[in-house]
Design a protein around this ligand. Sequence first.
Ligand code: SAM
Length: 243
Amino acid sequence: MGETHFGFQTVDEREKAQRVRGVFDSVAPKYDLMNDLMSLGLHRAWKAYTVAVANLREGQQVLDIAGGTGDLARAFARKVGRSGTVVHTDINLAMLTTGRDRLLDEGIALPTVVCDGERLPFRDGRFDLVSVAFGLRNMTHKEQALAEMARVLKPGGRLLVLEFSKVAKPLEAAYDWYSFNVLPRLGQWVAGDADSYRYLAESIRMHPDQETLKAMMKAAGFGHVDVHNLTGGIVALHVGVRC
Ligand code: SAM
């Protein structure tokens, strides 16, 4: 068993998965409120952009990995209609249950599966589109996860990775100040948990930047990868086409 990062700490690989689970067990009840507060609502625009780029049609087959409380799964379900399928998945039962209940309250019932993005329980070539929003950062073996995402896509299918990325230089100082001073305090105040939001800030710094992730996706079997920087690179949407 090797070592990996949990934020800025070096931990045993098995410990990382447990600690990530602890983070999302803790934040699940306040996750949506915290997303709105800490991004000043911007996460809605990043996700709307992702849905526009996905450009789904009626009848298409979609897998949302690390789908959490279901923002993307819900928007995708509206696009593919009754003849299509959106499978809403996450490794964390608390996050997935919160999302499933929220979608059911809105009259949307989706197939919901607890599963690890690194070991997907779906056959090869099952999906037209796979998405992972703010989830890849938390995975221990990112190359393995990307290979799994490629495996379950049809040839020509697309992977959309929406994730925090490397911010443009002029924004760096302000972004660092916000991340390490405001975020943990906001987490403490709203969710009673500063540590999980400290982990968020740290894990963003440890995540591969735009070019590195693009190269990783190419190595995993995506012949063409486009990178869309959003809000000065705070977030990037990587779109990979499966060879
Ligand atoms: N996609 C949702 C969104 O954009 O609002 C939720 C993102 S949330 C920041 C990250 C999610 O990744 C959590 O729900 C967590 O449980 C999930 N996650 C972490 N490690 C995972 C793994 N190995 N496989 C699948 N999901 C994972």
